[in-house]
Design a protein around this ligand. Sequence first.
Ligand code: FAD
Ligand code: SIN
Length: 531
Amino acid sequence: MQDTSGHAHDVVVIGSGAAGLTAALALAQTCRVLVLAKGTLTGGSTAWAQGGIAAVLDTGDTFENHVRDTMVAGAGLNDRETVEFVIERAPRSIDRLCELGVPFNRDADSLHLTREGGHSHRRIVHVDDATGWAVQSALLAAANANPSITLLPGRTCIDLITDRHREQFSAAGRVWGVYALNEETGRVERHVARATVLASGGAGRVYQFSTAPRGATGDGIAMAWRAGARVSNMEMMQFHPTCLYSLEIKNFLITEAVRGEGGRLINPRTGQRFMEFYDKDRMELAPRDVVARAIDAEIKRHGLDYVHLDISHQPADFVRSHFPTIYDKLLTIGIDMTAGPIPVVPAQHYTCGGVVVDLAARTDLPGLWAAGECTESGLHGANRLASNSLLECFVFGEAAASDIRARWDTLEAPPAILPWDESRVTDSDEEVVIKQNWTEIRRFMWNYVGIVRTTKRLERAAHRIALLRREVDEYYGSFRVTTDLIELRNLLQSAELIVKSALARKESRGLHYTLDYPEMANEPKDTVLVP
Ligand code: FAD
Ligand code: SIN
């Protein structure tokens, strides 16, 4: 059997987060779907989302308001058609999640709406401050109960299967599934399919400090790039302004909704509320890029380790009931957010760029669709508006499924595919090389390709990447693959795409701020890289 997974399926979905499971559930109405996930089924960013999902549900709000806020945050680099496409589908996506049993907070008969930076209205539906976990659990329960869906965790996908891997070579560039490492047996399986959906999340772990989970190593973006798909706007890496500063708890997000519900940013040395020096009108509710840069500047100017986020002026019951997860977590390290401030720093949070997709979630490669954080759909532009990304996962997960279903009769059955070639590799005896390179990439990306950039720093990063590239390629060609090695290769590929894109953008726009080109160009233009 050429599909060595032992599972009969028509479509392979790579990733079990919001995008992958939405696509799988919609496809399962007519096809048999195999969902592959690295590590556990809840290992992606979806399970970690706190704030919520943006949707126009209030009578005082309009789609046009949401479109405008999205495009202001995105510094005009967004594709208006995509923005409208997603925003108009938001209420329906929320209805579907309600049908799946997501227990959104309510105010009497309607859903409770909170507020986040960059939003001119209250429009964030949420489940306390742990929305992602509730969404992930509901989607997984529905997928588990669906006989047409097989969930296969513990599979690290390595490379897309393309026409290069056919027994009869063809140069058409079509995708036929994926080679994946079975993390338990160490063997490489072929998962062959008529259609493949990439929903593998972002590349946040390319930075030393990130709110993203351990597995966010840009695997899908790197796989699609190697297979021949274009990627765009990879320089647009979003830094969340408020990640907890703590030696005991690493990478813990303090949701933007804390600022939405009145939280103030204060310089711990001067005691001053400093956002008035950076964005007098919007203050703490300015878009993320503005607030993150303000905190970065304040930290650098005053030689601080962190700034304070303070919501203790609100009634204690209000704080505890709005932010129960954060409140409990902070108490474990002796911080009572109802009584005093929280120390925070910016950290990488979201990958705005990715694999280029159209409104049907189609990539450049026939047979390959993509949805969610691994893509660049035109929604986010130069900076994602808070709580628009889960929404993008639902809308594009659905779009991928309906396009695959509509084209089903034209999708050929897969050809015979070559097995994974392990004839020239041995087991590694130098695992330390992987750890060393991984740490090095994440450090120089933080220091040279962070919130404020210069051409000189970007060139330094490019130089380091070229040196590491030789080492990693040699290592990859000599040793049997492991999850760590696969991730290192993809992390380096993602770093290269980010730095190349950053060097190509000769302006400052949204998340890309460079001291060498501080002005914004007249015409917004995507940075599109072609393999
Ligand atoms: P993910 O949920 O990241 O899932 C990726 C999947 O791909 C996982 O199953 C993973 O195992 C799998 N995968 C990856 N590589 C491989 C591989 N090589 N082989 C096999 N499988 C692979 N957005 C909002 O809209 N609202 C919020 O409130 C919000 N809060 C956030 C809070 C935090 C702390 C973080 C980190 C992000 C937050 N975001 C929020 C962003 C949002 O959570 C993500 O953008 C979104 O969940 C991405 O979903 P996804 O399905 O694209 O990918
Ligand atoms: C947050 O809760 O601040 C995160 C929201 C988001 O990333 O969209």
